[in-house]
Design a protein around this ligand. Structure first.
Ligand code: PHE
Length: 476
């Protein structure tokens, strides 16, 4: 009897040992190629921020002057912050929370990582709702529902977004698509999907840009985008550009850090950050070139805010191509397909932040982790969507739940995580460690290391502090 007990104990011990060995020996996933690294990370960066947010912000902030400052912010502030997340993610070879824990030696700084994961998680819910709207618009434009007078199209959006079922249905669909990609892993899921979707996105973008720029009076829109008017410059324009550059590069939400944990030791972090930033800027500017020439050609004001895409644009396309209605139909449809693809690749990265977290912290399979994330983000998505009008118990202090998610993640968590990451890298970590990652252990020259360190120590934290105070209304 005793012997049997001993055998049993031994078996359990062996089993637990095996489990442990299994976990530690489990090879960590990685991207298979340089192109995969660039396209997947650019896929995270290129999203609704480029095609939906950037054009209306450009419209509201004076056109060309905003773009110049924006590009400047991306180069001097966005790229160093992206490199910092690369350094932490690749060094940690783990989800964002654990990567910060490893980097900080389990000190209080690890909280930044947890906050990054939380920000990514909370954002995925409401980002999925807007991504779902894009799918509805693909469907609506394909079935010819987006034709009619401007008042009808305006109504279409407000009725649809306040409905209880349809937006929720599309939110589920986009989350399901994300799940199906994520559960396949880093190479077979994320990398393969990015390599397929990103080129399609570019081609669609170019087709619409060409169609839009060939319209009569398109040159007015092109001028608005490229001829700066210095008189429009003020501190608001500067802060708007700064905020947009961080959002557009997916900084401070755990995404960049998580993807960087799949980079190889040979990945050149500076070059990759520059390439991704260039792609992101290019897509944003091309999105402007797709929208403004068409808007100007029919005399529509481009500063109409967030509704620009869902209300103004279907009208603009319809009127601009009224001579050849088929073209109007095709452009509108392609545009919303493009928007949905951009949203999907960003949603994938947001989903991956939490999936990697659950998988590695709860020691469960990728499939299970992805399922937990999909279900919980669906719940957030449903509540956010319903708060827009279908149910009125989701309004607190004058803001809907949807607005709260946007406000708390984008205007509170994002700057805090971004600011603390800069302080952590610039002031807390030994410079040798940062330099080693920056130069791939001395195999690269790292010419810009000191410049990078200067930016991350002083310029970036101060700039982020300014946006934060400005957004909270404490700085005018
Ligand atoms: N960068 C994405 C965009 O431009 C938004 C995003 C933010 C995606 C944060 C992931 C994480 O739309």
């Amino acid at each position: 009897m005793q012997f049997r007990c001993k055998i049993k104990k031994l078996f359990i011990l062996l089993q637990s040992k095996f489990k442990k060995v299994d976990m530690t020996k489990l090879e960590r996933a990685s991207f298979g190629s340089k192109l995969g690294v660039i396209l997947a990370t650019a896929g995270s960066a290129v999203g609704l921020g480029n095609i939906w947010r950037f054009p209306y912000m450009t419209g509201q902030n004076g056109g060309a002057i905003f773009i110049i400052i924006y590009v400047f912010c991306v180069m001097l502030l966005g790229i160093p912050c992206m490199i910092s997340e690369f350094i932490i993610g690749r060094h940690g070879q783990a989800n964002t929370a654990r990567a910060f824990r490893i980097m900080s030696g389990d000190t209080i700084w690890s909280l930044i990582g947890y906050m990054g994961v939380l920000t990514g998680f909370l954002i995925s819910g409401y980002y999925a709702v807007v991504s779902g709207w894009c799918l509805e618009y693909v469907w609506a434009s394909a079935s010819g529902k987006l034709l009619g007078d401007p008042a009808y199209i305006k109504d279409y959006f407000s009725t649809f977004s306040q409905e209880p079922v349809k937006p929720v249905f599309w939110t589920f669909i986009i989350l399901l698509a994300t799940y199906l990609i994520i559960e396949n892993g880093v190479r077979k899921g994320i990398e393969r999907a990015s390599k397929l979707l990103m080129p399609i996105l570019f081609i669609l973008l170019l087709i619409i840009v060409i169609a839009s720029c060939m319209l009569p009076n398109a040159d007015k829109g092109i001028e608005f985008l490229f001829k700066p008017d210095i008189s429009k410059l003020n501190s608001d324009v500067f802060l708007a550009a700064l905020g947009q550059s961080f959002y557009s590069l997916s900084i401070a939400m755990g995404c960049i850090c998580t993807y960087a944990s799949y980079f190889s030791k040979q990945t050149n972090l500076t070059n990759s950050a520059v390439q991704i930033a260039v792609i992101d800027c290019l897509v944003a500017i091309l999105a402007g070139l797709m929208i403004f020439p068409a808007a100007f050609s029919v005399g529509v004001n481009p500063d109409s805010g967030p509704s620009l895409i869902f209300i103004t644009l279907p009208n603009v396309f319809q009127q601009a191509f009224s001579a050849i209605p088929v073209l109007g139909y095709a452009v509108s449809l392609l545009f919303f397909v493009l928007l949905s693809l951009a949203a999907l690749t960003s949603l994938m990265s947001l989903h991956e932040v939490s999936t990697a977290f659950f998988q590695e912290e709860m020691l469960i399979t990728r499939k299970k982790a992805a399922l937990i994330v999909t279900i919980s983000t669906s719940v957030i998505g449903v509540f956010c969507s319903l708060s827009l009008g279908a149910v009125d118990c989701f309004e607190f202090f004058g803001k809907t739940l949807f607005d709260w998610f946007d406000f708390v993640t984008g205007q509170i968590f994002l700057p805090i995580v971004g600011f603390l990451t800069c302080i952590f890298i610039g002031w807390f970590l030994p410079h040798k460690l940062v330099r080693d990652e920056f130069t791939n252990w001395g195999t690269l020259r790292g010419r810009f290391f000191h410049f990078y360190l200067f930016l991350i120590k002083y310029v970036c934290p101060l700039a982020i502090l300014f946006i934060f105070l400005h957004q909270l209304g404490l700085l005018r």
